[in-house]
Design a protein around this ligand. Structure first.
Ligand SMILES: NC(=O)c1ccc[n+]([C@@H]2O[C@H](COP(=O)([O-])OP(=O)(O)OC[C@H]3O[C@@H](n4cnc5c(N)ncnc54)[C@H](O)[C@@H]3O)[C@@H](O)[C@H]2O)c1
Length: 412
Protein backbone atom coordinates (compact mmCIF):
# COMPACT_ATOMS: atom_id res chain seq x y z
CA UNK A 1 0.00 0.00 0.00
CA UNK A 2 1.22 3.53 -0.73
CA UNK A 3 1.08 6.75 1.27
CA UNK A 4 -1.84 8.98 0.26
CA UNK A 5 -1.67 12.76 -0.08
CA UNK A 6 -4.13 14.56 2.17
CA UNK A 7 -5.27 18.19 2.15
CA UNK A 8 -7.19 19.53 5.15
CA UNK A 9 -9.70 22.27 4.37
CA UNK A 10 -10.65 23.88 7.71
CA UNK A 11 -8.23 23.21 10.57
CA UNK A 12 -10.83 23.43 13.33
CA UNK A 13 -11.74 20.64 15.72
CA UNK A 14 -12.41 18.05 13.05
CA UNK A 15 -9.71 19.09 10.59
CA UNK A 16 -7.16 18.96 13.39
CA UNK A 17 -7.97 15.27 13.95
CA UNK A 18 -7.27 14.50 10.28
CA UNK A 19 -4.06 16.54 10.23
CA UNK A 20 -2.90 14.96 13.50
CA UNK A 21 -3.60 11.46 12.19
CA UNK A 22 -1.39 12.22 9.16
CA UNK A 23 1.34 13.52 11.45
CA UNK A 24 1.17 10.38 13.61
CA UNK A 25 0.96 7.95 10.68
CA UNK A 26 3.14 9.47 7.93
CA UNK A 27 3.28 6.11 6.15
CA UNK A 28 -0.50 6.34 5.60
CA UNK A 29 -1.12 10.00 4.84
CA UNK A 30 1.17 12.86 3.96
CA UNK A 31 -0.33 16.25 4.71
CA UNK A 32 0.38 18.29 1.59
CA UNK A 33 -1.60 21.47 2.33
CA UNK A 34 -3.90 23.14 4.82
CA UNK A 35 -6.59 25.65 3.87
CA UNK A 36 -7.50 27.81 6.85
CA UNK A 37 -8.58 31.45 7.13
CA UNK A 38 -8.67 32.07 10.88
CA UNK A 39 -5.45 33.74 12.07
CA UNK A 40 -5.28 31.79 15.35
CA UNK A 41 -5.72 28.51 13.53
CA UNK A 42 -3.15 29.51 10.88
CA UNK A 43 -0.70 30.16 13.72
CA UNK A 44 -1.55 26.76 15.19
CA UNK A 45 -1.01 25.16 11.75
CA UNK A 46 2.38 26.79 11.36
CA UNK A 47 3.60 25.66 14.76
CA UNK A 48 2.11 22.16 14.73
CA UNK A 49 2.44 21.18 11.09
CA UNK A 50 5.54 23.12 10.13
CA UNK A 51 6.62 22.79 6.54
CA UNK A 52 3.04 22.22 5.33
CA UNK A 53 1.85 25.11 3.10
CA UNK A 54 -1.12 26.98 4.53
CA UNK A 55 -3.55 28.76 2.18
CA UNK A 56 -5.87 31.38 3.63
CA UNK A 57 -8.07 31.40 0.54
CA UNK A 58 -9.07 28.18 -1.20
CA UNK A 59 -8.87 29.86 -4.61
CA UNK A 60 -5.12 30.27 -4.05
CA UNK A 61 -4.91 26.59 -3.18
CA UNK A 62 -6.72 25.70 -6.41
CA UNK A 63 -4.40 27.97 -8.40
CA UNK A 64 -1.37 26.22 -6.87
CA UNK A 65 -2.58 22.90 -8.38
CA UNK A 66 -1.23 20.81 -5.51
CA UNK A 67 -1.78 17.12 -6.16
CA UNK A 68 -3.84 15.25 -3.55
CA UNK A 69 -5.55 11.88 -3.26
CA UNK A 70 -8.14 13.30 -0.92
CA UNK A 71 -9.28 16.68 0.39
CA UNK A 72 -10.91 16.60 3.83
CA UNK A 73 -13.65 19.25 3.93
CA UNK A 74 -13.98 20.19 7.59
CA UNK A 75 -15.40 23.69 7.37
CA UNK A 76 -18.77 24.54 8.87
CA UNK A 77 -22.00 23.00 7.58
CA UNK A 78 -23.22 26.02 5.62
CA UNK A 79 -19.95 26.20 3.62
CA UNK A 80 -19.85 22.52 2.56
CA UNK A 81 -21.75 23.05 -0.68
CA UNK A 82 -19.44 25.80 -1.96
CA UNK A 83 -16.27 24.07 -0.80
CA UNK A 84 -17.19 20.53 -1.87
CA UNK A 85 -18.37 21.63 -5.32
CA UNK A 86 -15.24 23.76 -5.91
CA UNK A 87 -12.94 20.88 -4.93
CA UNK A 88 -14.78 18.25 -6.98
CA UNK A 89 -14.86 20.53 -10.03
CA UNK A 90 -11.09 20.91 -9.67
CA UNK A 91 -10.74 17.13 -9.76
CA UNK A 92 -10.31 16.24 -6.08
CA UNK A 93 -11.97 13.34 -4.26
CA UNK A 94 -13.31 14.17 -0.83
CA UNK A 95 -13.51 13.13 2.76
CA UNK A 96 -16.58 15.23 3.48
CA UNK A 97 -17.67 16.12 6.98
CA UNK A 98 -21.27 15.48 7.77
CA UNK A 99 -23.74 16.92 7.11
CA UNK A 100 -23.08 16.69 3.38
CA UNK A 101 -24.72 20.13 3.29
CA UNK A 102 -27.16 21.92 5.56
CA UNK A 103 -30.00 22.05 3.03
CA UNK A 104 -31.62 19.36 0.91
CA UNK A 105 -30.84 21.44 -2.17
CA UNK A 106 -27.18 21.65 -1.17
CA UNK A 107 -26.97 17.88 -0.57
CA UNK A 108 -28.45 17.19 -3.98
CA UNK A 109 -26.13 19.73 -5.64
CA UNK A 110 -23.05 17.97 -4.19
CA UNK A 111 -24.43 14.56 -5.15
CA UNK A 112 -25.06 15.70 -8.75
CA UNK A 113 -21.65 17.38 -8.92
CA UNK A 114 -19.99 14.11 -7.85
CA UNK A 115 -21.82 12.28 -10.64
CA UNK A 116 -21.06 14.95 -13.25
CA UNK A 117 -17.33 15.17 -12.51
CA UNK A 118 -16.98 11.49 -11.60
CA UNK A 119 -15.60 12.32 -8.16
CA UNK A 120 -15.88 10.26 -5.00
CA UNK A 121 -16.83 11.59 -1.60
CA UNK A 122 -16.64 9.57 1.59
CA UNK A 123 -18.96 11.17 4.13
CA UNK A 124 -17.67 11.14 7.73
CA UNK A 125 -20.37 8.86 9.09
CA UNK A 126 -17.93 7.88 11.81
CA UNK A 127 -20.29 5.59 13.74
CA UNK A 128 -20.04 2.91 11.04
CA UNK A 129 -16.36 2.46 11.88
CA UNK A 130 -16.67 2.28 15.67
CA UNK A 131 -15.93 -1.10 17.25
CA UNK A 132 -19.44 -0.90 18.76
CA UNK A 133 -21.41 -0.64 15.50
CA UNK A 134 -19.03 -2.71 13.41
CA UNK A 135 -19.39 -5.53 15.95
CA UNK A 136 -23.19 -5.18 15.72
CA UNK A 137 -22.99 -5.31 11.93
CA UNK A 138 -20.87 -8.49 12.14
CA UNK A 139 -23.38 -10.11 14.53
CA UNK A 140 -26.24 -9.31 12.13
CA UNK A 141 -24.29 -10.58 9.11
CA UNK A 142 -23.43 -13.80 10.96
CA UNK A 143 -27.17 -14.60 11.06
CA UNK A 144 -27.23 -15.04 14.87
CA UNK A 145 -30.25 -12.76 15.20
CA UNK A 146 -32.14 -14.32 12.31
CA UNK A 147 -33.82 -11.68 10.19
CA UNK A 148 -33.77 -8.19 11.73
CA UNK A 149 -37.33 -6.87 12.07
CA UNK A 150 -37.21 -3.91 14.47
CA UNK A 151 -34.58 -1.50 15.79
CA UNK A 152 -35.09 0.77 18.77
CA UNK A 153 -32.31 3.16 19.68
CA UNK A 154 -31.47 6.39 21.48
CA UNK A 155 -28.98 9.13 21.00
CA UNK A 156 -28.32 10.68 24.40
CA UNK A 157 -26.78 14.03 23.56
CA UNK A 158 -25.61 14.91 27.10
CA UNK A 159 -26.96 17.96 28.95
CA UNK A 160 -23.68 19.91 28.74
CA UNK A 161 -23.13 18.99 25.08
CA UNK A 162 -26.64 20.19 24.22
CA UNK A 163 -25.94 23.45 26.06
CA UNK A 164 -22.60 23.90 24.33
CA UNK A 165 -23.38 22.91 20.73
CA UNK A 166 -27.14 23.29 20.33
CA UNK A 167 -28.01 26.19 22.65
CA UNK A 168 -24.87 28.35 22.68
CA UNK A 169 -22.81 26.97 19.83
CA UNK A 170 -22.73 26.81 16.02
CA UNK A 171 -25.66 24.37 15.69
CA UNK A 172 -28.14 26.29 17.88
CA UNK A 173 -30.20 27.86 15.17
CA UNK A 174 -31.49 26.04 12.12
CA UNK A 175 -31.25 29.06 9.85
CA UNK A 176 -27.58 29.47 10.77
CA UNK A 177 -26.75 25.75 10.54
CA UNK A 178 -29.32 22.98 10.08
CA UNK A 179 -32.16 21.19 11.86
CA UNK A 180 -30.81 19.21 14.82
CA UNK A 181 -32.09 15.92 13.44
CA UNK A 182 -29.70 16.47 10.53
CA UNK A 183 -26.78 17.96 12.47
CA UNK A 184 -26.81 15.40 15.24
CA UNK A 185 -28.68 12.37 13.97
CA UNK A 186 -27.76 11.93 10.29
CA UNK A 187 -25.20 9.52 11.81
CA UNK A 188 -28.00 7.51 13.40
CA UNK A 189 -30.13 7.55 10.25
CA UNK A 190 -27.11 6.21 8.40
CA UNK A 191 -26.66 3.46 11.01
CA UNK A 192 -30.31 2.33 10.75
CA UNK A 193 -30.01 2.17 6.98
CA UNK A 194 -26.67 0.29 7.31
CA UNK A 195 -27.92 -2.25 9.85
CA UNK A 196 -31.26 -2.83 8.11
CA UNK A 197 -29.47 -3.09 4.76
CA UNK A 198 -32.56 -1.65 3.12
CA UNK A 199 -33.71 1.77 2.02
CA UNK A 200 -36.01 3.68 4.34
CA UNK A 201 -39.27 4.52 2.60
CA UNK A 202 -41.32 6.61 5.06
CA UNK A 203 -40.70 8.53 8.28
CA UNK A 204 -42.87 10.22 10.92
CA UNK A 205 -41.43 12.48 13.58
CA UNK A 206 -42.35 14.49 16.67
CA UNK A 207 -40.18 16.80 18.72
CA UNK A 208 -39.84 20.24 20.22
CA UNK A 209 -37.64 22.78 21.95
CA UNK A 210 -39.13 22.24 25.38
CA UNK A 211 -36.64 23.40 27.98
CA UNK A 212 -33.97 25.79 26.75
CA UNK A 213 -36.11 28.92 26.54
CA UNK A 214 -37.05 31.99 28.56
CA UNK A 215 -39.89 30.13 30.33
CA UNK A 216 -37.37 28.04 32.24
CA UNK A 217 -34.93 30.81 33.20
CA UNK A 218 -34.31 30.95 36.95
CA UNK A 219 -35.43 34.12 38.68
CA UNK A 220 -33.03 37.01 38.22
CA UNK A 221 -31.10 35.28 35.40
CA UNK A 222 -28.91 37.70 33.46
CA UNK A 223 -27.84 37.60 29.82
CA UNK A 224 -24.34 36.30 30.67
CA UNK A 225 -23.50 33.61 33.23
CA UNK A 226 -20.51 35.63 34.39
CA UNK A 227 -22.90 38.27 35.80
CA UNK A 228 -25.63 35.92 37.04
CA UNK A 229 -26.71 35.62 40.70
CA UNK A 230 -27.65 31.96 40.00
CA UNK A 231 -24.09 31.01 39.03
CA UNK A 232 -23.63 28.65 41.98
CA UNK A 233 -26.90 26.76 41.58
CA UNK A 234 -27.49 26.69 37.82
CA UNK A 235 -26.60 23.34 36.17
CA UNK A 236 -25.78 25.18 32.96
CA UNK A 237 -23.43 27.81 34.40
CA UNK A 238 -20.88 28.44 31.63
CA UNK A 239 -17.93 29.04 33.98
CA UNK A 240 -18.46 25.62 35.59
CA UNK A 241 -19.16 23.71 32.35
CA UNK A 242 -16.22 25.11 30.39
CA UNK A 243 -13.74 24.35 33.18
CA UNK A 244 -14.98 20.84 34.04
CA UNK A 245 -12.18 18.41 33.18
CA UNK A 246 -14.36 16.02 31.14
CA UNK A 247 -15.85 18.85 29.11
CA UNK A 248 -12.69 20.82 28.36
CA UNK A 249 -12.91 19.99 24.64
CA UNK A 250 -15.91 22.31 24.42
CA UNK A 251 -13.68 25.26 25.39
CA UNK A 252 -11.71 24.77 22.16
CA UNK A 253 -14.42 26.76 20.42
CA UNK A 254 -13.23 30.02 21.98
CA UNK A 255 -9.94 29.21 23.71
CA UNK A 256 -7.71 27.12 21.48
CA UNK A 257 -5.17 24.65 22.84
CA UNK A 258 -4.23 23.43 26.29
CA UNK A 259 -5.08 26.66 27.99
CA UNK A 260 -5.12 26.83 31.78
CA UNK A 261 -8.56 27.26 33.31
CA UNK A 262 -7.89 30.93 34.24
CA UNK A 263 -7.29 31.66 30.54
CA UNK A 264 -10.46 29.79 29.53
CA UNK A 265 -12.47 31.91 31.98
CA UNK A 266 -10.93 35.10 30.59
CA UNK A 267 -11.60 34.07 26.98
CA UNK A 268 -15.15 33.05 27.86
CA UNK A 269 -16.36 36.26 29.47
CA UNK A 270 -19.20 37.97 27.62
CA UNK A 271 -18.88 35.76 24.54
CA UNK A 272 -21.64 33.74 22.90
CA UNK A 273 -20.55 30.80 25.08
CA UNK A 274 -21.07 32.82 28.28
CA UNK A 275 -24.74 33.43 27.40
CA UNK A 276 -27.56 32.08 29.56
CA UNK A 277 -28.98 28.87 28.05
CA UNK A 278 -32.49 30.17 28.73
CA UNK A 279 -31.96 33.54 27.00
CA UNK A 280 -30.33 32.64 23.71
CA UNK A 281 -31.30 32.73 20.03
CA UNK A 282 -31.44 28.91 19.82
CA UNK A 283 -34.37 27.35 18.02
CA UNK A 284 -33.32 23.73 17.45
CA UNK A 285 -35.14 20.99 19.34
CA UNK A 286 -34.01 19.43 22.61
CA UNK A 287 -35.86 16.16 22.03
CA UNK A 288 -37.16 14.39 18.93
CA UNK A 289 -38.40 10.93 17.97
CA UNK A 290 -38.34 9.48 14.45
CA UNK A 291 -40.30 6.43 13.36
CA UNK A 292 -39.01 4.73 10.21
CA UNK A 293 -40.60 2.27 7.81
CA UNK A 294 -38.17 0.34 5.60
CA UNK A 295 -38.61 -1.09 2.12
CA UNK A 296 -39.84 -4.54 3.22
CA UNK A 297 -42.01 -3.27 6.07
CA UNK A 298 -39.40 -3.49 8.84
CA UNK A 299 -39.38 -0.65 11.35
CA UNK A 300 -37.06 1.43 13.49
CA UNK A 301 -37.59 4.05 16.17
CA UNK A 302 -35.03 6.69 17.12
CA UNK A 303 -35.09 8.94 20.18
CA UNK A 304 -32.78 11.92 20.41
CA UNK A 305 -32.71 13.67 23.77
CA UNK A 306 -30.66 16.44 25.36
CA UNK A 307 -31.46 15.14 28.81
CA UNK A 308 -28.75 12.69 29.75
CA UNK A 309 -25.79 12.85 32.13
CA UNK A 310 -23.35 11.56 29.52
CA UNK A 311 -23.01 11.43 25.75
CA UNK A 312 -23.86 7.92 24.60
CA UNK A 313 -26.01 5.81 22.34
CA UNK A 314 -27.89 2.64 23.09
CA UNK A 315 -29.66 0.16 20.83
CA UNK A 316 -31.98 -2.85 20.84
CA UNK A 317 -32.28 -4.94 17.71
CA UNK A 318 -35.02 -7.52 17.45
CA UNK A 319 -34.43 -10.42 15.07
CA UNK A 320 -36.46 -13.54 14.38
CA UNK A 321 -34.10 -15.72 16.48
CA UNK A 322 -32.59 -13.39 19.07
CA UNK A 323 -32.48 -9.83 20.33
CA UNK A 324 -29.35 -7.71 20.65
CA UNK A 325 -28.88 -5.15 23.42
CA UNK A 326 -26.01 -2.68 23.41
CA UNK A 327 -24.89 0.47 25.15
CA UNK A 328 -21.93 2.30 23.67
CA UNK A 329 -20.52 2.89 27.15
CA UNK A 330 -20.13 -0.84 27.81
CA UNK A 331 -17.36 -3.14 26.71
CA UNK A 332 -19.76 -5.81 25.50
CA UNK A 333 -22.91 -6.36 23.48
CA UNK A 334 -25.48 -8.88 24.63
CA UNK A 335 -27.17 -11.35 22.28
CA UNK A 336 -30.22 -12.88 23.95
CA UNK A 337 -31.21 -16.03 22.06
CA UNK A 338 -34.83 -17.08 22.18
CA UNK A 339 -33.58 -20.55 23.16
CA UNK A 340 -32.49 -19.07 26.51
CA UNK A 341 -28.74 -18.62 26.11
CA UNK A 342 -27.23 -15.13 26.55
CA UNK A 343 -23.96 -14.37 24.75
CA UNK A 344 -21.75 -11.41 25.69
CA UNK A 345 -19.73 -10.23 22.69
CA UNK A 346 -16.69 -8.15 23.61
CA UNK A 347 -16.23 -4.63 22.20
CA UNK A 348 -12.85 -3.01 22.56
CA UNK A 349 -11.46 0.34 21.53
CA UNK A 350 -7.89 -0.63 22.37
CA UNK A 351 -5.30 0.58 19.89
CA UNK A 352 -7.11 3.87 19.23
CA UNK A 353 -4.57 6.69 19.42
CA UNK A 354 -6.29 9.72 17.97
CA UNK A 355 -9.75 11.20 17.43
CA UNK A 356 -13.10 10.82 19.14
CA UNK A 357 -16.39 8.95 18.70
CA UNK A 358 -15.29 5.78 20.53
CA UNK A 359 -12.70 4.95 17.90
CA UNK A 360 -14.89 6.00 14.96
CA UNK A 361 -12.53 8.71 13.69
CA UNK A 362 -9.46 6.51 14.01
CA UNK A 363 -10.95 3.48 12.27
CA UNK A 364 -12.58 5.64 9.58
CA UNK A 365 -9.19 7.08 8.63
CA UNK A 366 -7.63 3.61 8.58
CA UNK A 367 -10.49 2.36 6.39
CA UNK A 368 -10.14 5.36 4.10
CA UNK A 369 -6.44 4.65 3.70
CA UNK A 370 -7.18 1.06 2.70
CA UNK A 371 -10.01 2.09 0.35
CA UNK A 372 -7.74 4.65 -1.35
CA UNK A 373 -5.32 1.80 -1.89
CA UNK A 374 -8.00 -0.19 -3.69
CA UNK A 375 -8.98 -2.56 -0.87
CA UNK A 376 -12.60 -3.51 -0.28
CA UNK A 377 -13.44 -2.16 3.16
CA UNK A 378 -16.52 -2.93 5.25
CA UNK A 379 -18.55 0.18 5.97
CA UNK A 380 -17.08 2.54 3.38
CA UNK A 381 -19.81 4.06 1.24
CA UNK A 382 -19.98 7.01 -1.09
CA UNK A 383 -22.51 9.76 -1.72
CA UNK A 384 -25.06 7.50 -3.42
CA UNK A 385 -25.65 5.70 -0.09
CA UNK A 386 -24.65 8.44 2.35
CA UNK A 387 -27.21 10.83 0.94
CA UNK A 388 -30.01 8.51 2.11
CA UNK A 389 -29.35 9.36 5.78
CA UNK A 390 -29.73 13.03 4.88
CA UNK A 391 -32.95 12.44 2.95
CA UNK A 392 -34.28 10.60 6.03
CA UNK A 393 -33.27 13.52 8.28
CA UNK A 394 -34.86 16.18 6.07
CA UNK A 395 -38.01 14.06 5.79
CA UNK A 396 -38.10 13.72 9.61
CA UNK A 397 -37.86 17.49 9.99
CA UNK A 398 -40.64 18.01 7.46
CA UNK A 399 -42.79 15.52 9.35
CA UNK A 400 -42.05 17.16 12.73
CA UNK A 401 -43.01 20.56 11.39
CA UNK A 402 -46.25 19.07 10.08
CA UNK A 403 -47.44 17.44 13.29
CA UNK A 404 -45.93 14.02 12.59
CA UNK A 405 -47.39 13.56 9.10
CA UNK A 406 -45.78 10.57 7.27
CA UNK A 407 -43.25 11.75 4.69
CA UNK A 408 -42.15 9.51 1.84
CA UNK A 409 -38.50 9.46 0.83
CA UNK A 410 -37.58 9.75 -2.81
CA UNK A 411 -33.99 9.60 -3.86
CA UNK A 412 -34.21 11.31 -7.24
N1 LIG B 1 -18.22 13.53 11.75
C1 LIG B 1 -18.63 13.93 12.93
O1 LIG B 1 -19.00 13.17 13.77
C2 LIG B 1 -18.60 15.40 13.25
C3 LIG B 1 -18.51 15.83 14.58
C4 LIG B 1 -18.49 17.22 14.83
C5 LIG B 1 -18.58 18.11 13.77
N2 LIG B 1 -18.70 17.63 12.50
C6 LIG B 1 -18.79 18.54 11.36
O2 LIG B 1 -17.46 18.92 10.99
C7 LIG B 1 -17.46 20.24 10.43
C8 LIG B 1 -16.44 21.10 11.17
O3 LIG B 1 -16.79 21.15 12.53
P1 LIG B 1 -15.75 21.67 13.62
O4 LIG B 1 -16.34 21.38 14.93
O5 LIG B 1 -14.38 21.17 13.30
O6 LIG B 1 -15.84 23.24 13.33
P2 LIG B 1 -14.72 24.35 13.56
O7 LIG B 1 -15.44 25.64 13.54
O8 LIG B 1 -13.90 23.98 14.75
O9 LIG B 1 -13.79 24.23 12.27
C9 LIG B 1 -14.06 24.81 11.01
C10 LIG B 1 -12.75 25.39 10.51
O10 LIG B 1 -12.90 25.82 9.16
C11 LIG B 1 -12.25 27.08 9.01
N3 LIG B 1 -12.87 27.77 7.88
C12 LIG B 1 -14.16 28.14 7.74
N4 LIG B 1 -14.37 28.71 6.54
C13 LIG B 1 -13.19 28.69 5.90
C14 LIG B 1 -12.76 29.12 4.62
N5 LIG B 1 -13.59 29.69 3.75
N6 LIG B 1 -11.46 28.95 4.28
C15 LIG B 1 -10.61 28.36 5.14
N7 LIG B 1 -10.96 27.93 6.37
C16 LIG B 1 -12.23 28.08 6.74
C17 LIG B 1 -12.51 27.79 10.34
O11 LIG B 1 -11.64 28.86 10.57
C18 LIG B 1 -12.28 26.62 11.32
O12 LIG B 1 -10.94 26.49 11.68
C19 LIG B 1 -18.89 20.75 10.56
O13 LIG B 1 -19.55 20.56 9.34
C20 LIG B 1 -19.49 19.86 11.63
O14 LIG B 1 -20.89 19.70 11.54
C21 LIG B 1 -18.69 16.32 12.23
Amino acid sequence: MTTKKLVVFGLGNRGNIYATFAKMYPDKFSLTAIIENDEKHVEYANSNFSGVPVFRDYHDFLAAKIPADIVAIATQDEAHEEHAVAMMKAGYDLLLEKPIANTLKGCRAIYECGKKYNRKAVVCHVLRYTPFYSTIKKIITSGKLGEVITINASENVGYYHQAHSFVRGPWRNKEMSSPMILAKCCHDMDIYRYLMDEECKTVCSFGDLYYFNEKHAPEGATQYCSDCPNAKTCLYNAQRLYTTDDYLWTANYFSRGDNPKEQILKDLKHTQYDKCVFKNDNDVVDHQVVIMNFAKGKTACHTMTAFSQKIYRDIKIHGTKAELVGNMEDSFIEVRYFTGEVEKVEVTTSGVTVGAHMGGDFFMLNSLYKALNGETVEGITYLDVSIESHLMSFAAEESRLNGGKPVEITKD
